[in-house]
Design a protein around this ligand. Structure first.
Ligand SMILES: O=P([O-])([O-])O[C@@H]1[C@H](O)[C@H](O)[C@@H](O)[C@H](O)[C@H]1O
Ligand SMILES: [Mg+2]
Ligand SMILES: [Mg+2]
Length: 296
């Protein structure tokens, strides 16, 4: 098995350096400045990593937003979210992270999530465990859904189908009941809460590969389970995920929640007026009826 520890250590050092940029700290900023900050942090990361590893490829949120093709090949690839929690950043809600995953042959070898405001560095390497600021991390191991704190995200989707599905999913979980439902505003940090046992499960429909690729390996290496929202095999490009403290909890959540249709991350971008756009929005017809009767 190839050893990617040198890449991991370099990734950790660039994430910490980028997180120390004063622009990444919470301060009052208009949204366009934040967008500039997102782009600047991504450029800092990609430029440092590509100077050291010129053969490696990148999937970066801001590069894809600027029209770059999103394609995960077998080549060593860094999957980067320069600021996960941009809305938090704008509003000074104190959870903002840099998320970096590294995949080879489409398999994630390591993940790094640097929660900048909290100064918490999560990382995991395949087969070698998960760590928070160097200390080993473990999921709660909870198996009983009725004793779980479940994290999810509202996301940016505002179409009727997405909103009604999101709210009815939360409704169904609360009716099980679970102990609580939370949303921190950053998918990466949400999933790291599961890895450290602060929450027992996380599910999300509509996020992107750069939001969760790093934290998925962190959860698994902390002893947790990562699946599709139907309980099946997790595909980082599918925009659907459950991360849980145990298979029992993951399966129970899969039984309860309903997905809404989303364009896969690796689907060709939509054509708009003869031009390619980077639009990967969730899409679908209006929901016909409330589906809160799904198996509890
Ligand atoms: O845009 P961004 O701040 O990098 O990432 C977003 C955050 O993770 C948010 O919590 C989630 O609800 C969205 O789906 C993501 O897109
Ligand atoms: Mg993100
Ligand atoms: Mg982002």
């Amino acid at each position: 098995m190839a050893d990617w520890t040198d890449c991991l250590n370099f990734g950790i050092s660039v994430a910490k350096r980028a997180g120390e940029q004063k622009e990444v700290k919470l301060k009052s900023s208009p949204a366009d400045l934040v967008t500039e900050t997102d782009q600047r942090v991504e450029k800092i990361l990609i430029s440092a990593i590509s100077t050291r590893y010129p053969q490696h490829r990148f999937i970066g949120e801001e590069s894809v937003a600027a029209g770059e093709r999103l394609q995960l090949t077998d080549s060593p690839t860094w999957i980067i979210d320069p600021i996960d929690g941009t809305v938090n950043f704008v509003h000074r809600f104190p959870f903002v992270a840099i998320s970096i995953a590294f995949a080879v042959n489409k398999q994630t070898e390591f993940g790094i999530v640097y929660s900048c405001v909290e100064d918490k560095l999560f990382h995991a390497q395949r087969g070698r465990g998960a760590f928070l600021n160097g200390e080993p991390l473990h999921v709660s191991g909870q198996e009983d859904i009725s004793r779980c704190v479940v994290v999810t995200e509202i996301g940016a989707e505002r179409d009727d189908l997405a909103l009604s599905t999101l709210t009815s999913n939360i409704f169904r979980l609360l009716k099980l009941p679970v102990h609580g439902v939370r949303a921190l505003g950053t998918a990466a940090v949400d999933m790291c809460q599961v890895a450290m046992g602060g929450a027992d499960a996380y599910y999300h429909i509509g996020m992107h590969c750069w939001d969760i690729a790093a934290s998925a390996i962190i959860v698994r290496e902390a002893g947790g389970v990562v699946t599709d929202t139907d309980g099946g095999w997790f595909d980082v490009m599918s925009r659907r995920v459950i991360a849980a403290s145990s298979s029992a909890v993951a399966n129970r959540i899969a039984q309860v929640i309903r997905p809404f249709p989303c364009r896969r991350d690796d689907e060709e971008p939509l054509q708009s007026g003869g031009q390619l756009t980077a639009d990967r929005k969730c899409a679908g017809p209006l929901m016909k009826s409330d589906d809160t009767n799904k198996t509890h």
